[in-house]
Design a protein around this ligand. Sequence first.
Ligand SMILES: C[S@@+](CC[C@H](N)C(=O)[O-])C[C@H]1O[C@@H](n2cnc3c(N)ncnc32)[C@H](O)[C@@H]1O
Length: 253
Amino acid sequence: VTSKEPRVGESMGAVTLVGGGPGDPGLVTVAGREAIAAADVILTDRLVPRAALEWARPDAEIIDVSKSPGGRSTDQDEINRLLIEHAKEGRDVVRLKGGDSFVFGRGGEELLACADAGIDASVIPGVSSAIAVPAIAGIPVTHRGLSQAVTIVSGHVAPGHPDSTVDWAALARAGSTIVVLMGVRTLEAIADALLAGGLDPRTPAAVVADGTLPSQLAVRADLAGIAQAASSADVSPPAVTVIGDVTGLGLIS
Ligand SMILES: C[S@@+](CC[C@H](N)C(=O)[O-])C[C@H]1O[C@@H](n2cnc3c(N)ncnc32)[C@H](O)[C@@H]1O
C-alpha cells in the first residue's frame, strides 16, 4: 500500500478550493500555500501562479485542467468528477484557481458537486483580480467622495447578446465603479452600451492586463476612447477594465 492509496477503513479525502491570487506568487495566502504543500492531488488552472506549484510535495499529482480560450479544456463535469474520484480514494485534493474561487471561478459549482457526493469540502479565499489588479495599478475601487460602490461584471458575453443578463443601462446610472472581467474582446460593445445608457463619455477608464506580473500593462483613456486605446496598445487577456472616477485619481502613473 503506497501513501496515496486508501487503506481499508480509512476515511475519504477532502477537497479544498484554494484561490491562487492574480498571478504574483507573493499574493497567494499563507493558508493557500500550506494547503498546496499538504495536498496529495492538485487540479490547477491557466491563471494560477506557476511558482505556487513548486510548493507541492514531490509526490503530489498535479493535473492541469486549464481552460484556455479556443484551446484544450477540461469540461466542468469532468473536473467535478476528478475532484470527487480522488477524494473518494482517500486523497486530499486542492482545487487551485486564479484569483478567488467564487469570483467567476465556478467554485460554487464545485462545492455543490462535492456536497452531492458526500465529500468534505472547504474554501480558502484568494486575492481576486477584480480588486487586486486595479490596486496594483493605483486604482482604489472605492474612494471617499468619489465612489461608494463597486460592481464586478463579466464581459464574457457582450451587451445585447441573448445570453447576457447584465443591465448595462442600469449600471450606467448606478454611480458605482464598474470592474469588468473577461471583457477584452467585448470592450467596445461594453463602452457603447454604457454610453447609450447615459454614462458621461469623459468618465475615466483603464484596462490593466497581466496585473501583478512583470508583463503588466495599463492603458488609460476616457470611456469614449478606452476601446480604441486598448486596441492600439494590443491589450490581450487576461485584463481587468475599470470605469469610474476612481480611475482618474492617478495615484500611480
Ligand atoms: C474566469 S475569470 C476568473 C477570475 C478570478 N477568479 C479572480 O477572482 O480573479 C478570468 C478573468 O480574471 C481577470 N484576471 C485574472 N487574472 C488577471 C491578471 N493577472 N491581470 C488582469 N486580469 C486578470 C481577467 O479579466 C480574466 O479574463
